[in-house]
Design a protein around this ligand. Structure first.
Ligand SMILES: [Zn+2]
Ligand SMILES: [Zn+2]
Length: 485
């Protein structure tokens, strides 16, 4: 979706849960060879094309995976036919998988390659030109041979496991370049390899208000290579106590003071800085190497939403149900982990009943914001209607009511969110940690509450309707409206 121009690089993305299942099927401890088929969605981008594992179909030894006439073992013709039919029906890529011995290095044998040459031209035909190919695994390595509809044939650069921790497998060990000595204090935790992962990461921050501005600064200082910053709003004088790096003159506070005549206030509104411009300035002051794309538009615009689809992680710090639904969809459709953060003050009869800030790190394929009741239908409806309609229907006009907010509370959520991500991509989270990490902090009682999100198997957002379909499905963006609105 993002970037029509394709580059020849291909990789595979798989969730943590899928990886555990595939790995234990291929390496049950018998030292033998086993097989499977992966049916994959496709996400094309000029950052590299990704095959998104949607279904893992293990081949049963002796039934689907049998003694070969030329090689050691082979998938039966029936097993291949059943799977390629599903791929052709659903527009998915087809990958045959087997394993060799060894740990950190793997390559196809000559027999493997010869069998691809015999079989794949016909499979490519049946699959209507969608990619077909093969992966071969060692315990901690993978190589791939991908056949494309245009007659091209590509290797894969890597396979990424987007669980906690995140793992990247390559055909042979990659030696990380020595990190910039300025990062010495953090490479003592993550190593040069961890720093290289941060430097190669592209991360989106949606919403650059109180919490998002902190997240953006943290990412820049950690050495993240590329930031996509999305927020349509301009800075307002009431944001100054919370938005990091904001200057009084960014908000044109003196022009917009209630005591000024209306035309001066309007001028101030017009020329105040966009929140994304302030965040971009802070990021570039923190890091000379960082690339920043500042997008002063709504994430609900189709071409802005498309920018999310080749990121490595998305931080959502915008308090909107539509944005929540969109990012939630991108996470499960494109297998891109995301973290929703925010803070809230609840009051009843003028008395504060609860204050909390929350960080919800979600991995693709596990329980989503929709399954857990965090994208209420009434709020989607309210946000999708015009301000006039909203007034008529007597919804609360969110734009006019500023929710209570304070920098310290935002900082707790932002720190937790970035910390969770950092530990996960830095590879220091313990293996077997839960895929999701949802945690809220309640300063009135000092409680920290961890919530294990549930999952509904048929969920419209994280279930089969959308899961791993990549470019094969529309995202829930707002369709371009006529000139009536
Ligand atoms: Zn082989
Ligand atoms: Zn769900």
């Amino acid at each position: 979706m993002a970037g029509a121009a394709m580059n020849g690089r291909w990789s595979v993305t798989i969730t943590g849960e899928q990886w555990d299942a595939l790995h234990s099927h291929l390496f049950p401890g018998d030292g033998d060879e086993h097989g499977a088929v992966l049916r994959c969605g496709i996400a094309r981008s000029d950052r590299g094309n990704r095959l998104l594992v949607r279904d893992i179909i293990p081949a049963i030894d002796g039934t689907d995976y049998v003694a070969g006439d030329r090689g050691y073992r082979k998938l039966t013709a029936e097993f291949v036919a059943d799977n390629i039919d599903v791929c052709a029906d659903e527009g998915l890529a087809y990958l045959a998988v087997h394993n060799h011995g060894g740990r950190q290095k793997v390559a196809f044998s000559d027999t493997d390659m010869a069998s691809h040459e015999r079989g794949y031209p016909a499979l490519l035909d049946i699959n209507g030109g969608a990619p077909v190919g093969a992966l071969v695994f060692a315990s901690d390595a993978v190589a791939g041979d991908i056949w494309l509809g245009d007659g091209q044939r590509e290797s894969i650069t890597h396979l990424r496991v987007v669980g906690r921790p995140q793992i990247t497998l390559t055909p042979a060990p990659v030696v990380a370049a020595l990190a910039d000595p300025n990062f010495d204090r953090q490479t003592r935790i993550f190593g040069d390899r961890g720093q290289a992962i941060l430097g190669g990461s592209k991360v989106a921050v949606v919403g650059l208000g109180g919490a998002g501005s902190l997240v953006s600064e943290y990412l820049a200082r950690l050495g993240v290579g590329e930031l996509i910053l999305i927020d349509p709003d301009k800075i307002d004088p009431t944001n100054l106590p919370r938005v990091v790096g904001a200057r009084r003159r960014d908000a044109l506070a003196w022009l917009r003071h209630p005591a000024r005549p209306w035309f001066l206030r309007r001028l101030g509104d017009r020329f105040a800085a966009h929140k994304v411009s302030i965040a971009a300035r802070v990021a570039k002051e923190a890091s000379s190497a960082i690339r920043v794309t500042a997008v002063p538009s709504s994430v609900m615009e189709p071409e802005v939403a498309a920018l999310l689809t080749d990121c490595d992680h998305i931080f959502l710090a915008a308090d909107s149900a539509l944005a929540r639904r969109l990012v939630n969809s991108v996470t499960h459709q494109y297998l891109i982990p995301s973290t929703q953060i925010g803070s809230k003050v609840s009051a009843k009869d003028g008395m504060i009943t609860d204050i909390f800030s929350v960080s919800r790190a979600s991995s693709p394929g596990s329980g989503c914001l929709q399954c857990n009741g965090l994208i209420p239908a009434w709020k989607l409806t309210a946000e999708a209607t015009s301000p006039e309609q909203r007034k008529r229907q007597q919804y609360i006009d969110d734009d006019a009511v500023h929710a209570p907010s304070v920098i310290t509370l935002n900082a707790v959520a932002a720190s937790r969110a970035v910390d969770d991500w950092l530990m996960s991509v830095g590879g220091v989270v313990e293996l077997g940690a839960p895929a999701d990490h949802w945690v809220s902090y309640h300063p009135l009682t000092g409680e920290v509450v961890e919530i294990e999100p549930g999952k509904e198997e048929d969920c419209f957002q994280c279930g089969p309707n959308r899961f791993a379909l990549g470019d094969g499905k529309e995202l829930p963006v707002v369709p371009p409206s006529g000139n009536g609105g």
